[in-house]
Ligand binder design. Sequence first.
Ligand SMILES: [Zn+2]
Length: 155
Amino acid sequence: MSKGITLSPKHGVNASMDICFWCGEPKGILMCGMMKGDAEAPKGMVTSLEPCDKCKENFGLGVQIVEVIDDGSRFENNLIFSIKDEDGKVKWPTGRFVVMKADAINGAEAGSVMLCTPETMDKILEKHDKKAKESEGSSDTGEANANEEDAKEEK
Ligand SMILES: [Zn+2]
């Protein structure tokens, strides 16, 4: 399976949590071992865009709409955090996404993924918030995950 790790003299297996990019929950444990400069591994790391089991289930219920941007420089060109659009262009998810019922989107299938711009995501979330206010307690449009840290508000 794995090639094995080189133990860190200071931190041993140097364990870290493998964090789900989508929900921020731990999905496993990473053994980092000897890292550059014998650094201590962070408490948690996102190592891929692979969703955790809970997110997988959630995404399968509808269409996952993912906010992406063109500029991935803040990810230091780490391609594991990129998504390709229909034209094969590399896009970078910001961490904001919603899952919508497939029948709410024309021609969409449950379990599929759609990419959108931050502007579109703002509109979707705005609509979602309005709906949520109108019908308290109902979550018909699915769960909204707004990562405020990543959402750069330009107002
Ligand atoms: Zn998750």
